[in-house]
Design a protein around this ligand. Structure first.
Ligand code: FE2
Length: 300
C-alpha cells in the first residue's frame, strides 16, 4: 500500500461528517477514519459529541469525555456529527427545510463504500442510471431518457445547482401510490455532499429533501451518510428508512465497480455520455477549488 498523500488544504479545512449523532454511544469509544486519519468519538452525558485523534483507544472502551483535553472542532447538524482536521474556515451549508416543524427528519444509515467520495457524489447526480439500477422504483423502461435540464454554479452560495430535472418514476417515494413525472433540483454545496429536492407525492406544493453526506475515509473509500427530510404523514420512520436503504443498496455494487476509484477531473478522461452536464459542472468546480483528495487532478 502506498503512503497516503496529505489532503489538500481545502479538503483539510472542510467540515466532514463522521457519525449519526444519536448513534454515538454515551461514555463509550467509537472509532472511524477521516482523510486517512484515525479518529475516536464519543458523547458526553449532555449528548454532545466529542471527537479526537485516536491513539490506542479501541471501539467499545469506556471513556469519561471530560478526560479528553485535545479535541477536534465539532458540530452537530442535520442529525450528524461533523468535525475538521484543520481550521474550519466557513460554516456548514444550510438546509433550511430541515427546520420546518412538520417534516420527518431521519438519518438513514452510514454505509461503507469502496470508492472515492467524489465518485459517490457524481453517482447521486446521475439520473441516467435510474431505470437500470433502481428498476421499477426510480425508473423503468421505456422511460430511459434524461431530458434537458439546467446547471449553474452559484457564485454567491458557492455550490453547483441543477434544476428542472424531470424523470418518470414508478415509485418516487414511500408515499407514492402511482407513477409520476418527478421534478428534481440537485445542490452540491460541499465537495463531498449533495442535497436533492424532489416532487413530494403527498403535497404538490412542496419537495422532499434527501441528503447524501460522504465521509472521505481514504482517497478510495468513503462512508455514505444519508438524510431524509420528508413530507409524509402516513409511513413509519422504519419504512421510510428501509425505502432509502433499498435504493442505496442498489447503488453500492455499481459504485464499487467504478474504475478508477478516484474521480478523474480531466473532461476527456471518460465518455461524455456518463459524464453528463451536472457531472461536468461538478468536476470543473472541484478543479477550480483545487481539490485533489479522492480525484485524479486535471493535467495542467
Ligand atoms: Fe442510484
Amino acid at each position: 500500500m502506498p503512503m497516503p498523500q496529505a489532503p489538500d488544504p481545502i479538503t483539510r479545512n472542510l467540515w466532514h461528517v463522521v457519525a449519526a449523532t444519536d448513534e454515538l454511544p454515551i461514555g463509550l469509544v467509537e472509532t472511524t477514519l477521516l482523510l486517512d486519519t484515525k479518529l475516536a468519538l464519543t458523547r458526553g452525558n449532555d449528548g454532545e459529541p466529542v471527537v479526537w485523534l485516536r491513539s490506542d483507544e479501541e471501539r467499545g472502551d469506556e471513556i469519561d469525555p471530560d478526560t479528553v483535553l485535545e479535541r477536534l472542532p465539532v458540530r452537530t447538524a442535520y442529525g450528524y456529527t461533523w468535525t475538521c482536521l484543520g481550521t474550519p474556515n466557513q460554516d456548514l451549508f444550510p438546509i433550511p427545510e430541515f427546520a420546518e416543524p412538520d417534516r420527518v427528519n431521519m438519518s438513514c444509515g452510514s454505509i461503507g463504500i469502496h470508492v472515492s467520495a467524489p465518485r459517490a457524489v457524481e453517482n447521486f447526480l446521475d439520473m441516467g442510471h435510474f431505470p437500470y439500477v433502481h428498476t421499477d422504483i426510480l425508473g423503468s423502461e421505456p422511460h430511459t431518457e434524461v431530458k434537458e435540464y439546467d446547471v449553474e454554479v452559484s457564485e454567491e452560495r458557492d455550490e453547483v445547482l441543477a434544476t428542472k430535472c424531470r424523470f418518470m418514476q414508478p415509485r418516487a417515494a414511500k408515499s407514492a401510490t402511482h407513477a409520476m413525472e418527478v421534478e428534481y433540483v440537485y445542490r452540491v454545496p460541499h465537495p463531498f455532499c449533495s442535497v436533492l429536492y424532489k416532487s413530494c407525492p403527498e403535497d404538490e406544493s412542496r419537495r422532499d429533501v434527501i441528503g447524501i453526506f460522504l465521509q472521505p475515509m481514504t482517497e478510495e473509500r468513503c462512508r455514505a451518510h444519508l438524510l431524509q427530510s420528508m413530507i409524509d404523514s402516513t409511513s413509519t420512520i422504519t419504512d421510510l428508512r428501509r425505502f432509502q436503504q433499498t435504493i442505496f443498496g442498489q447503488d453500492k455494487p455499481i459504485l464499487e465497480n467504478q474504475y478508477p476509484k478516484k474521480l478523474p477531473l480531466d473532461p476527456r478522461a471518460e465518455t461524455p455520455i456518463r459524464a453528463d452536464k451536472s457531472a461536468i459542472a461538478y468536476r470543473r468546480w472541484l478543479s477550480q477549488k483545487g481539490i485533489t483528495y479522492g480525484v485524479i487532478p486535471q493535467a495542467s
